[in-house]
Design a protein around this ligand. Structure first.
Ligand code: NPW
Ligand code: K
Length: 504
């Protein structure tokens, strides 16, 4: 049974939901948040005696911390709450949480206590949540640096302090959590850019709020349930023509391997026939390790294809640009990757041609390619990856994946997805070519373009994760190895989907 894809809301969405739920909420959302976080915390300290340190900040995140601290006091645990902001400026709920903590016999200390001889059982970061408005400096930054290095489970409430909830950017400095309990729903900043390195394992505590019932989410975390209905078993009475003809165009001198990797991935993920059109005039006529592939000169790809990818090893020659122009004119699902994106970024005529396509287009830029496509530098793209991916999708009328930590898939209908599979061992040569091949295979088999992109991105990372679990990576994992494993993971998903009634 595949789990549903959890919704993701930016801060504005969380605030909107909060404003609708807040007025009548009993117990208050803060009471629910502090209690839910305490329940997560109990699991972290099951075998850990000793005191708990809770660092509380000047807003409602601090209030959550006081509620958690009170619950542990009432349960008989030793708790130290550190709080050095102005109590008179606490928002009303947080002021009440502090008063309740005091009423339970607790009293905050105004500087970070030194660690007990046997260490803390748990360190809780309740300094800042979604209200973080600027880079952290001074005492707050010092506390966060000190807390981040304590050798104990480190639990962040809602967000690791210092991490921008919308973008995953570190504002000044950010808490390094082993675990994060986030409230109501996921936020993009937990899942992309610097988020995963700071949030650790993320638990979502919904606080009995049906977020999607209040506000339709545009963002989701990727789970196989997003495409499980497409994982149907093959009918017996079928032949290779039913599974599509995939074309891969690229492979100029010195870069044939890129096109071959994409082609192999397309074949291994089930495309009926795979053609590789290679620009290098000295390209081999056959892939001896994969003789099933049909290698052709770049200009000799068949007229009819079910899906076409342009880019792996393409280069930026005049011949490459001409082939790209012809490819864009084909009425076929089209994947653009690597130098196809660089050529596109530099040529307004190609961009106009792309905008006029009726068949779906998919683009797979890494942040530097995305920057070229959007006419800005890489840092500006990374500053807000969700916004950049959505802008790419709108401007190029294409489903776009912005690769990197927490790849963002943005669709032309405005929906977006953040993928959590994969690891940094996949930052190696040829990985992007394999992804292009996987996408092309699913398109060739008739998958809707948005689902093909989401599934291939998730599969690519899941294959890397499986290999890393087996000791093949993260260090030294090669793109070729990923191809076989992606096939295994995908077939496993099909078994799972059909066991659970093919509905996720
Ligand atoms: N939403 C919900 O449904 C629920 C929300 N809940 C909880 O509330 C949290 C949001 O609370 P929040 O809005 O009070 O914001 P929060 O993160 O505590 O920080 C605001 C304070 O920080 C300050 N400040 C900001 N940046 C700063 C900086 N760099 N350096 C120094 N100060 C800085 C800012 O001051 P100001 O900018 O006004 O000077 C203000 O005082 C949310 O994350 C969750 O934990 C749950 O209880 C229940 C459900
Ligand atoms: K926090």
């Amino acid at each position: 049974m595949f789990l549903p894809a959890p919704p993701i809301y930016p801060v504005a969405g969380i605030r909107e939901i909060e404003a609708r739920v807040m007025p009548g909420a009993k117990p208050s959302l803060m009471e629910r948040a502090g209690r839910a976080a305490a329940e997560d915390a109990v699991r972290l300290i099951i075998d850990r005696p000793g005191p708990i340190l809770v660092a509380c900040g000047p807003g409602n995140n601090g209030g959550d911390g006081f509620v958690l601290a009170r619950h542990f006091r009432q349960a008989g645990r030793e708790v130290l709450a550190a709080f050095a902001d102005d109590p008179a400026r606490l928002p009303p709920d947080a002021a009440k949480a502090l008063a309740d903590f005091r009423a339970s016999g607790g009293e905050p200390v105004s500087s970070l206590p030194s660690a007990p001889a046997d260490g803390w059982a748990l360190v809780v970061d309740a300094l800042f949540g979604i209200g973080l408005g600027r880079p952290l400096t001074g005492r707050h930054a010092e506390w966060i640096a000190a807390l981040s290095h304590l050798p104990a489970p480190r639990l962040a409430l809602d967000m690791p302090s210092g991490l921008d909830a919308d973008t995953g950017r570190v504002l000044g400095t950010a808490f390094r959590a082993t675990n994060t309990t986030t409230f109501i729903a996921l936020k993009p900043g937990l899942l992309t850019l610097d988020g995963p390195d700071h949030a650790g394992d993320v638990s979502v505590q919904r606080l009995d709020v049906d977020a999607a019932g209040w506000l339709e989410p545009l963002g989701h975390a990727v789970r196989p349930s997003l495409f499980s209905t497409l994982l149907a078993p093959r009918l017996r009475n079928t032949h290779k023509g039913d599974y599509g003809d995939a074309g891969i165009l690229g492979g100029d001198a010195g870069m044939c391997g890129a096109a071959l990797l994409a082609a192999r991935a397309a074949l291994w993920l089930g495309a009926g026939r795979v053609y590789a059109g290679l620009l290098d005039p000295h390209a081999p006529p056959v892939d001896v390790a994969r003789p099933e592939l049909m290698l052709r000169p770049a200009a000799a790809l068949p007229g009819h294809l079910s899906a076409l990818a342009v880019g792996p090893g393409l280069g930026q020659s005049g011949a490459a640009a001409a082939l790209l122009r012809e490819a864009i004119a084909r009425d076929v699902p089209l994947v653009l990757d690597a130098d196809a994106l660089n050529l596109l970024a530099a040529d307004p005529a190609l961009q106009r041609a792309l905008a006029g396509r009726a068949a779906p287009t998919l683009i797979t830029p890494h942040p530097a390619e995305a920057g070229r496509l959007l006419g800005r530098d890489t840092a500006a793209v990374q500053a807000d990856r969700v916004a950049a991916a959505l802008e790419l999708a709108a401007r190029y009328r294409a489903h776009a994946v912005l690769k990197g930590c927490g790849s963002i898939v943005a669709c032309t209908d405005g929906h977006w997805y953040i993928n959590g599979s994969g690891h940094p061992g996949m930052a190696s040569a040829g990985m992007g070519d394999v992804l292009t091949g996987l996408i092309t295979a699913l398109l060739a088999q008739g998958w809707p373009a948005d689902r093909a992109l989401i599934a291939a991105v998730h599969l690519h990372g899941a294959a890397g994760d499986r290999l890393a679990r087996e000791g093949i990576g993260p260090v030294g994992l090669s793109a070729s190895e990923l191809v076989d494993t992606a096939r295994g993971v995908f077939n496993g998903w099909m078994v799972e989907a059909n066991r659970s009634g093919n509905g996720g």
